[in-house]
Design a protein around this ligand. Structure first.
Ligand code: SF4
Ligand code: SF4
Length: 408
């Protein structure tokens, strides 16, 4: 809804309807909409979807845009701003875009960021305190952001799974995070089935992709001539009904299913299982931690691009006048030395220990906290690691090592 409260009510999925599954290998997410029909949106008419989003109360639409050599979610106003013909080439430590002579707008795997910055800001004000004159008591004020209703187009299955994990972290328990909650409720999510995984992708082995099955409001499958479109939420169903599109043909649906099967088969990397807690905990003293610690730069790139990492720090920025201070939250990383500073010493004083912390938390500790691994197989930590450290290769090397007796 516009900030002045006028205009139609936005079609926002109700977060209370989040459904969690008992199966620890399945991500928590919105229940898939099994009843929705698949419709066909011709490519020449694709701007109709953007227009329908705007009249449904989403003046801000973000989509993937090729900028500064990568694909980033940016405001779009027309379908022609999407990256038609763009492909990505990702290998450990490398990300490149190149152009093909075709009209496909979603024939790439992912960019450096998923949805995380839209719900968990990289740096934000939590509260401020101000003293209006020397003898007055300070007045405390909460930061109250009002996120603009936003439709996000082009989300992948792995990123929806990551969002579901972040929801578990931020919005459940005794102290749900109001900043995350407000932003999450402002989003309308239009996913696209992945048809061109990168060499670094392994979401099929984590059970999170490449086909979108849950967590979306709408989902598209891209064909040469246009898009198959179906709904995954009440809001998505309403919007699709308003568009009055023709049903997809059986041949189009089969074509999209084959594209999804090809995308699954194309993934060459994998994790050796979805329940690695015990084998990893059995190897806390493995020699391999030192080998990877020698290569790791402790730069934290992997945690910055990881769509599930949520570590942060809080800091105060007092004004020089001494009358005002702001309390901020900012992304942090278990690779930062000070992140483990406790009682005048660093718990994780070297890179070997920091990498071990990251990997054991991601693939083992998350099972205890959130009922599943913290990795959705997006491959970003592999692509954006400056020295090409590959989580799938490191886990394979670790598990190949014999079990060491743990120190008592
Ligand atoms: S650990 Fe790596 S592959 Fe797994 S979700 Fe995070 S960035 Fe993606
Ligand atoms: S694994 Fe790679 S990206 Fe992560 S901290 Fe080490 S060098 Fe940086």
């Amino acid at each position: 809804m516009p900030r002045d409260g006028t205009g139609p009510a936005p079609v926002i999925p109700n977060p209370i309807q989040i459904k969690y599954y008992g199966n620890s290998s399945a991500p928590a997410c919105y229940a898939p909409d099994m009843d929705s029909e698949t419709r066909f949106l011709p490519r020449t008419d694709a701007d109709q979807l953007l227009e329908r989003l705007r009249v449904s109360g989403f003046p801000r639409i973000l989509g993937p845009v090729a900028r500064d050599g990568s694909l980033v979610f940016s405001p779009i106003h027309q379908w022609s701003q999407l990256p038609a013909g763009i492909r990505d080439m990702q290998t450990p430590g490398t990300y490149r875009l190149h152009r093909h002579a075709d009209p496909l707008c979603f024939a790439w795997a992912n960019g450096p960021q998923a949805l995380k910055p839209l719900t968990f800001a990289g740096r934000e004000l939590l509260w401020r305190a101000e003293r209006h004159h020397e003898t007055a008591a300070p007045v405390f004020e909460h930061a109250e952001d009002t996120p603009e209703p936003t439709a996000v187009l082009g989300i992948r299955a792995c990123d929806l799974a990551a969002l579901a994990l972040q929801e578990k972290h931020f919005t459940h328990g005794r102290f749900p995070d109001p900043f995350f909650g407000r932003r999450r409720r402002s989003l309308f999510l239009i996913a696209v089935h992945c048809s061109h995984p990168a060499s670094t992708c392994f979401c099929a082995s984590t059970g999170d992709g490449p086909t979108v099955t849950r967590g979306h409001d709408l989902v598209l499958a891209e064909l040469d001539e246009g898009y198959l479109i179906s709904a995954g939420s009440r809001g998505g169903r309403r919007l699709l009904k308003d568009m009055a599109l023709p049903p997809a043909t059986a041949a189009q649906v089969q074509w999209a299913e084959r594209a999804s099967a090809r995308a699954t088969a194309a993934q060459m990397r994998h994790l050796p299982g979805r329940h690695l807690k015990q084998p990893i905990h059995d190897r806390l003293e493995a020699r391999h931690w030192s080998r990877v610690g020698e290569r790791c730069l402790s730069c934290g790139n992997c945690t910055a691009v990881c769509p599930t990492c949520f570590c942060h720090m809080e800091l105060d920025e007092p004004a020089l006048s001494g009358h005002r201070t702001e309390h901020l939250r900012q992304w942090s990383s278990c690779f930062n030395a000070e992140h483990s500073y406790m009682g005048h010493f660093l718990v994780r004083s070297d890179t070997r220990l920091r990498y071990r912390q990251w990997l054991t938390h991601k693939l083992a500790g998350w099972h205890e906290q959130y009922g599943r691994s913290g990795c959705v197989g997006c491959g970003r930590c592999i692509t954006w690691c400056p020295v090409g450290i590959d989580i799938t290769a490191e886990v394979a090397a670790l598990l190949a090592e014999e079990i060491h007796a743990q120190p008592s």
